[in-house]
Every structure is written in C-alpha cells, then in structure tokens.
Design a protein around this ligand. Structure first.
Ligand SMILES: [Zn+2]
Length: 291
C-alpha cells in the first residue's frame, strides 16, 4: 500500500540522460552500477565492490521487519568480489556487504561500525579489515584508501540515524539498529585510473584536497543541503567523469525504468556536473562505464 503510493508519486528517470559514451576496445576499468550507492569495479582481473545493496525490501517491510539480506539477489548481482568496501553503516550501504563476502570469500573493509556488522552477520574477524582511513590498503595491483568524511543531511535538513555502534548489532538488523558510524569516502587506485566514491552528500575538503580522481561517484540525494557541493567536489578532485549515485528509489525490487528518489533531481545534477567542467555519466542499475 505504502509502496504503491510511493511508486505512484515518484518520477521515472528520464532515460534520455543515460550514458551512451564511446566504449574503448580494450577497457582497463569497468564500473557497473548496482543501484543505490552500489558499484562493482573490475580492473586488472580484480573485482572491488562498493556499498552493494540489492536486497531492497519495500519501505513498509523495512520499517516494520528486520532487514534480511536476499542471498539469491546478491548471488545474481554480485557473483564475484575480492574486496567489498563500505562507506558507512546505514542499511542501504552495509546490509548486503557481509553476505557478499560470505558467498565470494571477499574481504570486508570499512569503519569499526561496519566491522561490527560483519561480525554480527557471522563473518570471521580474519575476513574483515577495519580502517579509520588515511592508509593505503593493498588489493592485488590496486590500492584502496578510506578518506574520512561526514554524512550528508538528507530530508528536513537532518542527518538520518546519526551515531555509532559500540558492539555488533542484532542480525538481521532493524533499520534503526544501524547508525552511520564513521563515514569514509573510498579512493581506489588502479595502475591506470583513480576512482573516488562519495556515498552521502557531504565531504571534508581537507581530506579530498590532496587527491585527484579520473572518475568520481557522487551522491545525489541531500546535495542541496551542502552549499556548492557539486562544484566544490569537482574543483577538489578534478575528475573527467562524474557518475551520479544514490538517486534511484531503493525500496522494492528493481523496475525496468528506475524511479528517482524525491529531490534527487537527476536532470539538475547532470547540469551541475557539466557546468563544473566534468562529463556526467548516468548509469541505471546494471549499466557499465568502461574506460
Ligand atoms: Zn546514509
């Protein structure tokens, strides 16, 4: 009922915005959207997954029941992973990550709060790498680095579910059991490219300033609460490509045409990215940017 109402009022995204750029014959990096803030990055035979979230219970279910990762949907969407990076411990970033690691044997990387989620879900400590950021972590020929960040303000100019975890939460968790904990933006360096992933609409200028990115995944929802958000992120990181993330409605199963979450204003975001001098790359869930 609640879900049907949400779907009736949410705007389907304009498929004309979709990325139709040139694909190189021998790409050295492929970035595939998983929807929400999730991506799979493949490079040098290595698969790095960021913020996977494909279980997508309906809004009603998410508000009234424990959140159970959908093992089948995860196996379908994320069949391979070497490392799984999580930006913060909200359910739409962390919920599926331990199950991806369980199925693939991948390492789980994130804050102490993310590590508590991994332990709660039954992952052995040896499969979890806790980081507070500001350190390079090897991943085969790639390098992973957390950049300390802060959570954006979303609706009503508030940070949703603030706070931290001091112990493993119940698992499966309820939505309210998962405060964001420490927030990290992830930097992934391959021998050919650098990618930065900002999974909620805020950042710390000093943490981004020393870095450059060829590709920037940038959160759409909540960006109006941070003055000059898009322009400043692009000014600091000087990306060629900016991939909007966290713009699609993530309650309920995937639909052939994704719906925009309220206030995502994807078309406006695309204009902001172009005006700041970068190339916007809109990926619907399942779409890939190859470079
Ligand atoms: Zn969040």
């Amino acid at each position: 009922m609640l879900e049907a109402l949400a779907r009736a009022v949410l705007k389907p995204f304009d498929t004309g915005l979709r990325w139709r750029g040139h694909e190189p014959e021998t790409p050295s990096l492929a970035l595939t959207s998983l929807g929400t803030a999730g991506f799979t990055l493949e490079s040098q035979g290595r698969t790095v997954v960021i913020d996977p979230y494909v279980s997508r219970p309906t809004l009603w279910r998410a508000l009234t029941r424990p959140l159970v990762p959908d093992a089948e949907a995860i196996a379908r969407s994320v069949p391979r992973a070497d490392d799984v990076l999580v930006g913060h411990a909200h359910f739409d970033h962390v919920l599926d990550a331990p199950e991806v690691c369980r199925q693939t044997g991948a390492r789980l990387l994130g804050s102490q709060a993310v590590a508590f989620c991994g332990l709660a879900a039954g992952l052995p400590a040896s499969q979890i790498r806790v980081t507070e950021g500001n350190e390079d972590i090897e991943s085969g020929p790639l390098t992973l680095r957390g950049l300390p960040s802060v959570h954006g303000r979303v609706y009503f100019n508030r940070i949703p579910l603030p706070g931290d975890l001091t112990a493993p939460p119940p698992w499966p968790p309820r939505l309210r059991d998962l405060p964001h904990g420490q927030v990290l933006n992830w930097l992934v360096r391959t021998p050919t490219h650098t990618l930065v992933h900002i999974d909620s609409a805020d950042f710390i200028d000093e943490a981004l300033a020393p870095q450059r990115a060829d590709i920037l995944c940038l959160c759409a929802i909540g960006r109006h609460a941070r003055p000059n958000y898009t322009r400043r992120a692009i000014e600091l990181l000087q990306p060629r490509y900016v991939v909007p993330c966290h713009w699609d409605h993530f309650f309920g199963p995937f639909t052939p045409t994704p719906l925009e979450v309220p206030k995502a204003d994807l078309a406006g975001f695309v204009e902001e990215i172009s005006a700041a001098g970068a190339t916007p790359v809109v990926l619907a869930p399942g779409d890939t940017l190859s470079v």
